[in-house]
Design a protein around this ligand. Structure first.
Ligand SMILES: Cc1cc2nc3c(=O)[nH]c(=O)nc-3n(C[C@H](O)[C@H](O)[C@H](O)COP(=O)(O)OP(=O)(O)OC[C@H]3O[C@@H](n4cnc5c(N)ncnc54)[C@H](O)[C@@H]3O)c2cc1C
Length: 675
């Protein structure tokens, strides 16, 4: 810079001016070239991710060849089968390492070492997803506890996991997604829907929308009432949200703080720290206008959805660190990997639980004493547990594993060739999910992502912005603006959530529209409809049958119609008038309640929040799978700890509530060991 300054300073008049312009043009060209390189690299990485799939699957033995297990963390004693590092090309490796390293997480430092699963563990955690990663951290904090964490997916070293906009490439990608599909759903007018679930370290937190949302205080008070256990009341749960929270607001002080930053110590322990919550690094004029329009309909503005009452409109807060995804693996697992007592096995599919009859006179009928897992097409391996087995395989995986182990509705199990061991008819029932109904509006007089990313130059600019400052569209969570409100004013609480985006497309995975537009999706937070997850075969490799049964009740159909009307009312407000919004989808020809409800079935899609399939409840409820401390009823040494335990879905996104559940469970599990 000094040399350039000196040269320019020594030039007189127009020559200096010319040289300055030339230097500026050179800089712009350099920045553009850098942006284009980034673009090409990320695209190559994505294409490679897709191309690599068949060979990855073959390696995984799903197509019958040899499987390569990896153990992440401390070296273990040698064995069978030999470990072999998966080969990765430069874009993949380089991009992952670059992004992860810049985010403060070192993806490449994960070691792959041989294993020995011979000795029994104190705790076995099944599934390294949102809940499993937190559990593994807490349970291995005491070096005396030998902990094994088992994950069917691979390591979280795919670049698109870390770049926020990369969820587009992680969903529907066998490298990171189980690729489930639902049954044809009568509520969706017979449509089959993709049902993404994370299959990778971090589970769904590695592919999700990163929105930080606790739900409403009444959700947890409802759980307390439903289970008869005051431990689930909001006031009791709040400290467990805060225990792992590292909120950009920091510790607010005061008598009743609701957020924790580093150093927060409300509970007498060190808290705050692992679960980073940040403001988004963007704003869009069209979203600001939508927020104003929402206010004009009476929805109050809010800058914090997480104080127990989330009613209001504002930008979502996200689980990111400096513009990079912050998943449960980075937050909870990586810091624990250096512990010699924690072993993490990836690429290992748990096929069933090992169960023994309980001793005569014991309260429970069975005792969980380990797990059976399969590594590719190799013979099943059995791993023993002398403490507790923790099932954290998620709302689809956990009921599947229980059913494969003979725990569930006996007659259903028998019908698919599984010998029933313990009758718990509620396993796999009570499936609840949020169905989003998307409306698309074309607009004028503003730029949206549709056209900003349409050209190569636009893409390069976006890539360069992310590369230089980790901000802009590539740092975008799938939805940026949110609103919680009531479908009709007579309701006591907000029962709708809006996710608003400065972009539009026909369906997920399709290209963006060629015109300027925004999307306002709305979902019913407290659906009455209940679905189910049930195995259809004794073969653990076969996906279970997922039947969400959306819009199965009159109440849910009415709320869907009301919510579409409310969307139209917001969009008709003066704040948006300058943008001339025109409804592209669903279309103004649909007006009556019946038309709108039917339409919701045509255009509704999951917003990826399945919960409740192993719900907790009172002992006198035959459908309750767990007691209120998450112990499987009738089976000693076995708990379920994940989103499937929720008796009723929370009024918001479900990731952070799942972390809170795991935080609570870890304390109960460790209490049992020390008492
Ligand atoms: C696309 C998407 C977007 C979302 N967006 C948001 C959002 O923005 N904000 C939010 O709060 N929530 C969001 N969610 C929901 C949230 O991420 C989940 O509710 C939460 O992660 C569930 O955590 P879990 O621990 O129950 O399950 P998971 O995180 O799914 O973990 C289960 C783990 O178990 C593993 N597993 C399953 N079966 C087996 C087996 N047999 N053997 C070994 N391992 C197994 C899986 O591979 C997985 O890693 C989203 C989810 C998705 C899929």
């Amino acid at each position: 810079m000094l040399a350039v300054g000196l040269i320019l300073g020594s030039l007189p008049g127009w020559e200096m001016c010319f040289a300055a312009w030339a230097a500026l043009a050179g800089l712009v060209l350099l920045a553009t070239a850098f942006g284009l390189c980034c673009c090409a690299m990320f695209e190559a990485s994505h294409r490679r991710g897709r191309r690599a799939m068949p060979c990855l699957w073959a390696t995984a033995g799903v197509r019958g060849t040899s499987w390569v297990p990896t153990i992440v963390g401390k070296p273990m004693t040698a064995v069978d089968p030999p470990v072999q590092e998966r080969r990765r090309g430069w874009p993949d490796t380089w991009a992952a390492a670059w992004v992860a390293e810049r985010a403060g997480a070192d993806a490449t430092s994960l070691r792959c070492t041989p294993m020995d699963l011979g000795d029994p563990f104190d705790f076995i955690v099944i599934g390294a997803g949102t809940a499993g990663c937190l559990l593994a951290n807490r349970l291995s904090a005491n070096p005396r506890h030998r902990v094994l964490l088992i994950e069917a997916g691979g390591r979280d070293d795919y670049a698109w996991i870390h770049i926020p906009v990369g969820y587009l490439y992680c969903i529907g990608n066998p490298r990171t997604d189980w690729l489930y599909k639902t049954e044809p759903d009568p509520g969706l007018n017979g449509r089959v829907m993709r049902y993404p679930r994370g299959k990778v370290l971090g589970g769904c937190s590695s592919i999700n929308g990163m929105i930080y949302m606790r739900g409403q205080a009444r959700d947890y008070d409802g759980w307390a009432q439903r289970t008869g256990d005051p431990a689930w009341a909001w006031a009791e749960c709040l400290p467990y949200f805060m225990r792992h929270e590292d909120h950009w607001r920091g510790d607010e002080g005061g008598e009743h703080p609701v957020h924790a930053g580093p150093g927060h110590d409300a509970t007498g322990r060190r808290s705050g720290g692992e679960w980073r919550v940040e403001k988004q690094r963007l704003s869009w004029p069209i979203l600001d206008a939508f927020a104003k329009a929402a206010q004009e309909t009476g929805i109050p503005p809010t800058s914090d959805f997480n104080r127990g009452d989330n009613e209001g409109v504002g930008y979502f807060e996200v689980n990111q660190r400096r513009g990079v995804r912050w998943n449960a693996a980075k937050a909870f697992l990586r810091p624990a990997l250096k512990r010699a007592n924690l072993q993490v096995l990836t690429g290992a599919h748990v096929t069933r639980l090992l169960l023994e009859d309980a001793p005569e006179g014991a309260r429970d009928k069975l005792v969980a004493c380990g797990v059976e897992l399969r590594i590719g097409s190799d013979a099943p391996v059995q791993v023993r547990c002398r403490g507790e087995v923790l099932l954290s395989a998620g709302a689809v995986g956990s009921p599947q594993i229980l059913q494969l182990s003979g725990i569930g509705d006996g007659s259903r199990l028998q019908a698919v060739g599984v010998a029933p061991r313990h009758e718990l008819p509620g396993v796999g029932g009570n499936l609840q999910d949020h169905l989003q109904v998307r409306a698309v509006f074309a607009v004028d007089n503003t730029r949206t992502l549709n056209t900003l990313s349409a050209t190569l130059f636009g893409k390069a600019r976006i890539a360069a912005e992310y590369a230089f400052s980790r901000s802009g569209p590539m740092s975008m969570a799938p939805s940026q603006l949110g609103a919680f409100t009531r479908s009709d004013p007579g309701r006591r609480w907000a029962n709708l959530e809006y996710h608003v985006q400065p972009l539009s497309l026909d369906a997920f995975g399709e290209p963006l529209h060629a015109f300027e537009a925004f999307t306002a999706s709305v979902c019913n937070l407290n659906p009455e409809s209940r679905g189910e997850v049930h195995i259809t075969s004794a073969d653990p490799a076969q996906a279970p049958r997922i039947a969400p049964r959306y819009l199965a009740t009159e109440g849910d159909r009415r709320v869907a119609a009301e919510s579409l009307r409310l969307t139209r009312r917001i969009v008709a407000q003066p704040a948006l008038a300058a943008f001339h919004p025109r409804e592209v989808k669903p279309g103004l020809e649909f007006q009556t309640d019946d038309e709108l409800a039917r339409l919701a079935g045509d255009i509704g899609t999951t917003i990826f929040h399945p919960v409740g399939t192993c719900r907790m409840g009172r002992d006198d409820e035959p459908d309750a799978v767990l007691d209120s401390r998450l112990r499987v009823r009738g089976v000693a040494g076995l708990r379920v700890v994940d989103a499937s335990v929720m008796p009723a879905i929370t009024s918001g996104n479900t990731n952070s509530p799942t972390l809170m559940i795991a935080e609570r469970a870890a304390e109960w599990i460790l209490e049992k060991v020390t008492t």
